[in-house]
Write a protein that binds this ligand. Structure first.
Ligand SMILES: N[C@@H](CCC(=O)N[C@@H](CS)C(=O)NCC(=O)O)C(=O)O
Length: 222
């Protein structure tokens, strides 16, 4: 396999999904290593420090231990200026808006999502209570997506890509509830991402657990 950066990833992890989606969108190639969280490979543990996924090791040895770092790394590597401008426009106001959306998702929404997903582990409140807390974000998304098809306008930006994997998880906790909830625009927006060929045939393709360099998978494949 040609020398490429290494991406440690876990198929279902929403952070890893947003990193892989960005790499696929920008057509930036890596060697993908599928990690089993309960049995992390020695090569990942040997890096020291945190061993969460996704993590990217660039060819020059630079380590990117956070999904957002990997997304910005991909923006710095893509050959397409047009796609870079689409995801992360050269406009301070827009950048602040993107960061604000992502910050709320990664802090407050993620906090309630985890409690909604595992309500039995958080008996202080009911599942419906935790869902209601998460719905605060769904309401904001719905209001925004009622005006434009994506969070920042007519085209998907880094904000949409960073957030949709978490809404996917929220929807999956009780799919019937989500499908009949008042968040129609959020449903359409989520469908746009998860029904796309890029998602099904590239981002979410199943790979066996990585053990040795021979198991490295070229990602994205095309
Ligand atoms: N802030 C990190 C969070 C990554 C994260 O929490 N990943 C989870 C899987 S979804 C994980 O690796 N958990 C196992 C661990 O932390 O050791 C990022 O943005 O990449």
């Amino acid at each position: 396999m040609i020398v490429l950066p290494i991406l440690y990833s876990f198929r279902r992890c929403p952070y890893a999904i947003r990193a892989r989606y960005t790499l696929a969108f920008l057509n930036v190639s890596v060697r993908l290593r599928e990690v089993v969280l309960k049995s992390k490979p020695d090569a990942l543990l040997a890096l020291g420090g945190r061993s969460s996924v996704p993590q990217l090791m660039d060819c020059d040895g630079t380590r990117y231990p956070e999904s957002l770092d990997i997304m910005f790394w991909a923006l710095s590597k893509t050959k397409s200026n047009e796609l870079t401008q689409q995801l992360w426009p050269n406009c301070t106001q827009t950048k602040i808006k993107i960061q604000t959306w992502i910050r709320y998702n990664d802090s407050t929404f993620k906090y309630w999502l985890d409690r909604y997903k595992y309500a039995d582990r958080h008996p202080a409140h009911s599942e419906a209570y935790y869902r209601g807390k998460g719905e605060v974000f769904l309401k904001r998304l719905e209001a925004r997506l009622s005006k434009t098809p994506f969070l920042l306008g007519e085209a998907e930006s880094l904000a949409d890509i960073a957030i949709f994997p978490f809404i996917r998880q929220f929807a999956a906790v009780n799919q019937n509830w989500f499908d009949s909830s008042p968040y129609r625009q959020v449903r359409l927006w989520l469908r746009y991402f998860i029904d796309a060929a890029r998602f099904k045939s590239t981002v979410m393709v199943k790979h066996t657990a990585w053990r040795t360099e021979e198991d490295d998978v070229l990602f994205p494949t095309v």
